[in-house]
Ligand binder design. Structure first.
Ligand SMILES: NC(=O)c1ccc[n+]([C@@H]2O[C@H](COP(=O)([O-])OP(=O)(O)OC[C@H]3O[C@@H](n4cnc5c(N)ncnc54)[C@H](O)[C@@H]3O)[C@@H](O)[C@H]2O)c1
Length: 248
């Protein structure tokens, strides 16, 4: 959608699933891409694949998004390589499901750390670079579960709801600096995250989706491409559901 080839996007959790699809979509739009995930090997292979396919510059950096020092080092490395960061997609996320009575403190804390604290670390690290350029696009990948709640997912739902409050606050803090911040809330998308669920559970979910199927990662990344393009310049602080009608 944008043809500017001098802009760079960081996409967290972009070694597979929705994040990989977003990274491909933004590379197709002309952005240089910083691929990040937990293993250097998969970051490197995804980065190489994307640069070969779309002819943009890429950089693969392994990071634990729940560690502020690692996030800050990653952003410094990306800025020294590309000069500035125009787009941040906070996509990395995990689930550790259980009923609250059986949920360990570790399972609560790791989901909040990876899904929610990480977006504070990344946003804080990139915002100066965006302010200098008076241009920035931040998209946080939340979930319909953050709005609806879900039994067995209190940690995940709390992290995703927190992302929505953060998104609206950043939109208000930096709107006057040319920076937009929006959230995309996928419903049930066909990725490794969903594959671990039992088949009868997925069949039951599908029966409740008005379009009667799971979503594809590209159906999420297409919306992210729109939100990072010039076509969405007057949209900020919004939550866009991509869910086949589950939440309406
Ligand atoms: N799949 C769905 O149905 C669905 C629905 C709603 C929201 N989402 C959200 O979309 C995002 C992507 O989901 P997905 O289905 O592609 O998941 P996935 O499990 O396929 O991929 C997750 C990515 O995050 C990375 N990651 C996880 N923990 C990390 C850490 N500590 N440090 C660095 N990277 C880490 C992984 O390496 C991987 O690249 C998540 O935030 C998820 O909550 C997914």
């Amino acid at each position: 959608m944008t043809t500017d080839t001098n802009k760079t996007a960081i996409v967290t959790g972009s070694t597979r699933g929705i994040g990989l699809s977003i990274a491909n979509g933004l590379a197709k739009d002309g952005y240089n891409i910083v691929v990040c995930g937990r293993s250097q090997e998969t970051c490197d292979s995804s980065a190489k694949e994307i640069s070969t396919k779309y002819g943009v510059k890429t950089l693969g950096i392994a990071v634990n998004v729940s560690k502020q020092s690692e996030v800050s080092d990653l952003v410094k490395q990306a800025i020294s390589e590309f000069g500035s960061i125009e787009v941040l997609i906070n996509n990395a996320g995990i689930t550790k499901d259980n009923l609250v009575l059986r949920m360990s403190e570790d399972d609560w804390e790791s989901v909040i750390q990876v899904n929610l604290n990480s977006i504070f670390y990344f946003t804080k690290a990139v915002i100066r670079s965006m302010m200098k350029k008076r241009f920035g696009r931040i998209v946080n990948i939340t979930s319909v579960v953050g709005v609806m709640g879900n039994p067995g997912q209190s940690n995940y739902a709390a992290s995703k709801a927190g992302m929505i409050g953060f998104t609206k606050s950043i939109a208000k803090e930096y709107g006057s600096k040319g920076i937009t911040c929006n959230a995309v809330a996928p419903g049930f998308i066909d990725t490794d995250m969903i594959e671990s669920l039992p088949k009868d559970y997925i069949d039951n979910i599908i029966s409740q989706i008005p379009v009667k199927r799971l979503g594809e990662p590209t159906e999420v990344s297409n919306v992210v491409s729109f939100l990072t393009s010039d076509k969405s310049s007057y949209i900020t602080g919004q939550v866009i559901n991509v869910d086949g009608g589950v939440l309406m």
